[in-house]
Design a protein around this ligand. Structure first.
Ligand SMILES: [Fe+2]
Ligand SMILES: [Fe+2]
Length: 215
């Protein structure tokens, strides 16, 4: 479990990074490009996972998939507000750590569920979807609120307020779904801890990559 001290230092860490990112237009565009990429990974994951429902995909899953695809588009479109080309081929911030972020989380959550003796294929897939999404929405809540705070401080034309509202709804929905299954409800803290470990590594990578450019 995280201690309040590590949570506090992560906040300072993130604040410094966001300050550096927003102070450099090209870096800010790469940040938005990276967020768009991560949103797209999440959206594609939800799209692939729908196969377990065969013809009748639940409404909440369809809504979630469509909103995550919209976030992908929305993040990339914000690059226009910086006066830059959203389709320029720039490297992801965080490189391989960004590329593997979601897959790594998925693998660790599947392993955790197998340790908990969830083995039936469709149930494993559904449970992994719920837990992974829960952890991602928790991260989005924290990361996007910090980012929006910084955008407001900088009087930026970029705004992600409409995304934050939808991510809040996703998180509430995931909490309700987890409550339907005691095994998942009991694993929720563990899963957030796993995600925090992976995200901290990504953040550390960003820190090393960005800060020497700015200070
Ligand atoms: Fe999203
Ligand atoms: Fe979401």
């Amino acid at each position: 479990m995280k201690t309040p001290k590590t949570v506090f230092s992560e906040k300072i860490h993130l604040d410094g990074l966001l300050e550096a990112i927003l102070s450099d237009k090209k870096l800010h565009a790469r940040w938005l490009y990276t967020l768009s990429y991560l949103e797209n990974c999440g959206a594609k994951k939800i799209a692939r996972f729908q196969i377990i429902f065969k013809e009748n995909v639940p409404l909440f899953v369809l809504q979630h998939a469509s909103e995550e695809f919209r976030h992908t588009y929305f993040m990339k479109k914000q690059i226009l507000k910086l006066g830059l080309d959203p389709d320029l081929d720039v490297p992801l911030l965080g490189g391989m750590k960004a590329k593997n972020l979601l897959n790594l989380l998925d693998v660790k959550i599947l392993k955790l569920l197998k340790q908990e003796k969830v083995v039936e294929k469709e149930q494993l897939c559904y449970f992994a979807y719920l837990l992974t999404t829960f952890a991602i929405e928790k991260r989005a809540e924290n990361l996007y609120n910090s980012y929006q705070e910084k955008l407001t401080q900088h009087n930026s034309k970029v705004s992600i307020k409409s995304i934050i509202k939808e991510e809040e709804n996703h998180l509430e929905e995931m909490e309700l779904k987890l409550k339907d299954y005691p095994i998942l409800w009991n694993l929720r803290k563990k899963v957030v801890e796993i995600e925090s470990g992976i995200f901290s590594q990504f953040l550390n990578g960003l820190f090393k990559e960005i800060l020497p450019l700015n200070y």
